[in-house]
Design a protein around this ligand. Sequence first.
Ligand code: UDP
Length: 416
Amino acid sequence: MTTNLLAAYAEVAGEDVVNHLCQLSAPLKGMQVVHVNSTRIGGGVAEILAKLVPLKRELGIDARWEVITGEADFYKCTKSFHNALQGSPVNLPDASLRLFEETNARNAEKLRPILEEADVVFIHDPQPVPLLKLCPRRKGKWVWRCHIDVSHPYRPVWKYLRGFVTAYDASVFSLAAFSQSLPHPQYLIAPSIDPLSEKNIDLPDEEIRAVCARFDLDPSRPMLLQVSRFDRFKDPLGVIQSYRLAKTFVPVLQLVLAGGGATDDPEGEAVLEEVQAAAGEDPDIHILSLPADAHRTINALQRAADIVVQKSLKEGFGLTVTEGMWKGKPVIGGDTGGIRLQVVDHHTGFLVNTPEGVALRTRYLLHHRDKLEEMGRKARRFVRENFLLTRQLRDNLALMLALTRAHNDQIKLELA
Ligand code: UDP
């Protein structure tokens, strides 16, 4: 049965895509599925869960989303895990690791009844990874869903976390390059954006103009935009350097760095201060510190921009890339992690390694408007075909079927 919400997705993604979802979910109806992460607000994981969980419910699956909580030192420790998994050497004293495990034990007290009863549990990223060991009477299958670029993790930290991961029934990574040596099946599922969310729906031109006016942006002049948490792996200082180089070719250029914090990211404030210092008094650099629910504002900025930049040094996936592409913008992105999956060099944007690379590609695109628009069109089509929520949900349903009905090696699908 197609509900109103599913019909709305059919309009954007195609009727056949939604039929497919209904068929895949039929054997999973009533199943209890729990997703666990460490923040409800900010960052890509929260962004995805906020959409994926309601849509699973719409398909008759009893899905819920739980969030573990901790004190400031817990998030400091898990942020170090994050940095270490993306390759930074970090020093984690035993006391931090004890706090990490104790915080998980406290959360397990509360969550155990739900988690032990669930048919499938998805644990997102390292923060809640010890929960499995803390639920000895678990009934269902447990999946570790890693959203981080773990292609070259700092070994001592990965060794410690791997000790928890090995007990899972499966892992999911966003890219083949992130897979690890683990004693269970590993699946690849790329993230996605929700085309019907406030962040991605079409906006009237007047709203876009009003957002530009609010932030003193001149819509008649070219604009580069990077939307990101203030995180060093997103290289905001490199973006400022890129803009300064590009401005020597395009003097009227404006730069917008829009970001906010995630509740599980304690480093944002310090990085924001570094960015403000680097921007100095330049009136054409606009650093916007936005509230976590500024989805329509970000949508409008992405639509107002001429080029979207995501100059990350490491990137698990980069939803901001997908979001920019969906708005028909070419993306100049760091040649790393999940950005490589989305930016098809010279087609949907450009992959770069240096500020000079960003500057030269910016000059090219702003001087060849026809190319800029053609790449933008290709970018939107590429997202429609590969990175909409409906595709991620399909992969997710297929994984649940594989895990819970392993004795059935065929899933029967009929053409509508
Ligand atoms: N985002 C936001 N406000 C901000 C910064 C980011 O809403 O101030 C959103 C952004 O639009 C995207 C997500 O947070 O949907 C970030 O996901 P991404 O995969 O790009 O990076 P992550 O933060 O997960 O490393």
